[in-house]
Design a protein around this ligand. Structure first.
Ligand SMILES: [Cu+2]
Length: 160
């Protein structure tokens, strides 16, 4: 009696394993490669030269095994327009997308890839907080909390 109960218990344990293991194998091999996007070190800076213009920098990490692309950005600031920019031969230009390859980190930084926000209300000052909405081809929308802060570089410019 007790032996029989033990056996049927073992059978019940085996069945879920048979069901689960092929599921894991499919997840690893056959399904599409999936990117895993996270954002760190974001900074927003107002242009010292142009009213209503700002730049955003950050590190975009893709720890997944699938490539992704940043397709567009939108700032939660009324009337503003955000663009993806790259710098070519020392001049910045609008770019259609920023590739974020699998298992890599892409850094948006001054004189490199960056996001620029135009047409902001002119009364926006340092300390203004807003949300940047990034649209990725595979990962969808990511929200990035930001605050305009003075650059450490601008400390070197003496505005007398
Ligand atoms: Cu730019």
């Amino acid at each position: 009696m007790s032996k029989g109960m033990y056996r049927s218990g073992a059978v019940l344990l085996v069945i879920p394993l048979i069901v689960i293991l092929p599921g894991i194998a499919i997840g690893m091999g056959v399904s599409p490669r999936v990117p895993q996007i996270s954002i760190q070190g974001q900074e927003a800076r107002l242009s010292p030269a142009m009213l209503g213009v700002g730049s955003v920098f950050m590190k975009i990490e893709n720890s997944g095994n699938g490539d992704d692309n940043l397709l567009s950005a939108r700032a939660g600031i009324p009337g503003s327009v955000a663009e993806l920019h790259e710098v070519k031969d020392g001049r910045m230009a609008k770019t259609e997308k920023i590739p974020i390859p699998a298992r890599s980190t892409v850094e948006l930084k001054p004189k490199g890839l960056h996001i620029m926000i135009f047409k902001m209300p002119k009364d926006i000052k340092d300390g203004h907080e807003f949300t940047l909405y990034l649209m990725f081809e595979k990962s969808g929308e990511k929200q990035v909390p930001l605050k305009f802060t003075r650059t450490s570089d601008s400390a070197h410019h003496h505005d007398h």
